[in-house]
Design a protein around this ligand. Structure first.
Ligand code: FAD
Length: 468
């Protein structure tokens, strides 16, 4: 009636969750409006997350390899680094993908409205554009896909340009001489690796007793061993308690085991986690419950506490990963279309795209132990993989944990080059209820890194006992 626009499905946010939901709903015949505050659609993942980080990490792996090849008889000259060109390459990748998405939206007649959206009732949102103009959109159903943002720490001068979050680090303004990375999780370590290969001296400080909390320690250990050698310092069980902006640098105060009391850095990257955006969209005006952490609770049909409103992606909880958002987005659109869809994965795989890559799917060994689940394990060291050795790499490991009774795959952990690609096979095996024989009897091409999962299964089964 007095709204500027009407739609059947309104999607708030255009990240991997939002655009997947919008496209699926449109494909199912709905009239869809997608609201995004930025002019580029694609959300965190495409613009300041998964994609730009992977573009930079590829460059870092190439740089690492050219150095490591020295030991195998090929020596390159010192690389010439042109950070403007690197930035151009990364931005080019982003632009191709976001441009492609806009085309896909157009082709489906998904209307993209640019501006900041807030609920004004259970059937309307108002969208404020950068120029201050406001549009009201009436909807029958809404899917909240407003994602998450970086967490800021109160004792850090975040407005100092030398203090970066992941977005600032990806902007690649300069290569600092000494960089402190606060947080030894996936995002912190990926960015640490990028800056290390560009020539920065890296210090990582992590509260926990190891890097990549969530992964089994034997899987993260080869990475830890490698970066311990390369980086200036890695302080575990330690924390930063203050950062003071001085003219000559950022004076950082530490508290912990093996760290100094203070040290001076040229730049600091804060990568201590992300907060959900639930409190920033006036969800209460639509009656949608948001918890203290900004998360919106949903059931397996992505339904919130309000009948016509759904939520997906980072805003509904951990793990904050693009592939989770995508699948949830599809479920929300299908449920709206009256289909019997539900988000009930056996597991959601995790990958650190570091060098070596660290990947895991299903239950970790620590989880199996904590839950008292009996399992049989096969662990295949890549030092016995012809393919891995041919790459000049011997630090990898593939381990697979099977149910002691059914012999079905319960969990898998991998570390080594390309582990992030290889984990997909384990994930499929878990979803399909494959057992150790299914995996061990499946002929894997030789010589590949994919064989390591087959060998781990055979080791669990006892059909391989000796390594070649
Ligand atoms: P988002 O991608 O956060 O998108 C939400 C969108 O909503 C944003 O575009 C935002 O501008 C918009 N928005 C929010 N509020 C409003 C509003 N009120 N009005 C209008 N628009 C609004 N995940 C992986 O799976 N693999 C990776 O390799 C990976 N790497 C990452 C690297 C980095 C540096 C970071 C920061 C994250 C990474 N992630 C990765 C996480 C991944 O980016 C997120 O899980 C994913 O983007 C979540 O998707 P989403 O659709 O929930 O929301």
């Amino acid at each position: 009636p007095d709204a500027d626009m009407q739609c059947e499905v309104l999607v708030l946010g255009s990240g991997p969750g939002g655009y997947t939901a919008a496209f699926r709903a449109a494909d199912l015949g709905k009239k869809v409006v997608m609201v995004e505050r930025y002019s580029n659609i694609g959300g965190v993942c495409l613009n300041v997350g998964c994609i730009p980080s992977k573009a930079l990490l590829h460059m870092s792996v190439v740089l690492n390899e050219t150095k490591e090849m020295g030991a195998h008889g090929i020596t390159f000259a010192e690389p010439q680094i042109d950070i403007d060109k690197i930035r151009e390459f990364k931005d080019g990748v982003i632009n191709k993908l976001t441009g492609g998405l806009s085309g896909l939206a157009k082709a489906r007649k998904v209307e993209v409205v640019t501006g900041y959206g807030k609920f004004t009732s259970g059937n309307t949102v108002s969208v404020e554009a950068d120029d201050g103009s406001i549009k009201t959109i009436a909807f029958e159903k809404a899917i909240i896909a407003a994602g998450s943002r970086v967490i800021k720490l109160p004792f850090i001068p975040h407005d100092d340009p030398r203090v970066m979050d992941s977005t600032g680090a990806l902007a690649l303004e300069e290569i600092p001489e000494r960089l402190l990375v606060i947080g030894g999780g996936i995002i912190g370590l990926e960015m640490a690796q990028v800056y290390d290969s560009l020539g920065s001296k890296i210090t990582v400080v992590e509260l926990g007793d190891t890097i990549i909390p969530g992964a089994d320690k034997d899987i993260s250990k080869p990475l830890l061993k490698k970066i311990k050698k390369k980086y200036e310092n890695i302080y575990l069980k330690s924390k930063v308690t203050n950062v003071e902006a001085k003219e000559e640098g950022l004076l950082v105060t530490f508290e912990g085991k093996n760290c100094p009391e203070t040290d001076m850095f040229d730049r600091v990257l804060v990568a201590v986690g992300r907060a959900a955006n639930g409190k920033l969209i006036d969800a209460e005006k639509a009656g949608v419950a948001v918890n203290d952490w900004g998360f919106i609770e949903v059931n397996e049909r992505q339904e919130t506490n309000v009948d016509n409103i759904y939520a997906i992606g980072d805003i509904v909880g951990q793990p904050m990963l693009a592939h989770k958002a995508v699948h949830e987005g599809k479920v929300a659109a299908e449920v709206i279309n009256g289909m019997p869809s539900a988000f009930t994965p056996m597991s959601i795989p995790s990958v650190a795209y570091t060098d070596p890559e660290v990947a895991w799917a299903g239950k970790t060994e620590e989880e199996l132990k904590a839950e008292g689940i009996e399992y049989e394990k096969g662990a295949f060291p890549w030092a016995a993989s012809g393919r891995s050795l041919s790459l000049g790499r011997d630090e990898g490991l593939t381990k697979a944990m099977f149910c002691a009774k059914t012999h079905r795959l319960l969990g898998c952990g991998m570390v080594g080059p390309n582990a992030g690609e290889l984990i997909a096979e384990a994930m499929l095996a878990i979803e399909m209820g494959a057992d150790m024989q299914d995996i061990g009897l499946t002929i894997h091409p030789h010589p590949t890194l994919s064989e390591t999962l087959c060998f781990a299964a055979e080791m669990a089964e006892g059909t391989i006992t000796d390594l070649m």
